[in-house]
Design a protein around this ligand. Sequence first.
Ligand SMILES: [Zn+2]
Length: 252
Amino acid sequence: MIDVHANLDDVRFDEDRAKLIKQLRAAGIRRLINSGCSHEACAAAIKLAEEHDFIYASVGIYPHDVAELEWNGTGRLKEMAKHPKVVAIGEIGLDYYYDTASKPMQKKWFHTQLELAEELNLPVVIHSRDAMKDTLDILREHPNNTGIFHCYSGSVESLREVIALGWSISMGGVVTFKNARVAKEVAAAVPADRLMLETDSPYLAPTPYRGKRNSALYLPEVAKCIAELRGTTPEEIERITDENALRMFRMV
Ligand SMILES: [Zn+2]
């Protein structure tokens, strides 16, 4: 199984990170992409990827932290993105839920980082919260980019636009929550070649572990839930999502 979005550098893993990574490997996690959201987190993601063969990194500055780019520009980010184990630019995007950075500033750096991804020929990991319309409008202006919406939280209608633009989605623990009606509809509707699995660990542990520290050890619960919604087997979900992730992120 492949986890396309984890935050193993989080302080909640400080106590037992090495042990957990061994457990993930033993449990059959073939690849894991650790996602950066600030310069510091990106550097930590790269360090983890250097230490473990099955861990890869994605580097980008997340909407709440784009002020870092106002001060530093994209020079350091670009250098990090050239690392051989960096497989994507992200997570980047728009987040209107918290107003930690102004909308114009978020949009400006979303555009700039999409251009960087195009220049480096890397796929993109999108973070979009309460900002689907603006996110899609910006992506339409960048037809040469592709990638995934991580923790996709939009409607089935927006999903159709995401798919039409050539993008994919990844889903995690939320789909298992009892009240997650829209996520369940999305899981049933997404084309088989556009779906990947993620944890967003340590956040969003699936049922029956909801509220606990999440990790890819719980990813089988997500595969099981999506399989039921799609009328197929967990093995088949694992097979298609692995294939999609390996292809999208060119992980050998
Ligand atoms: Zn995110």
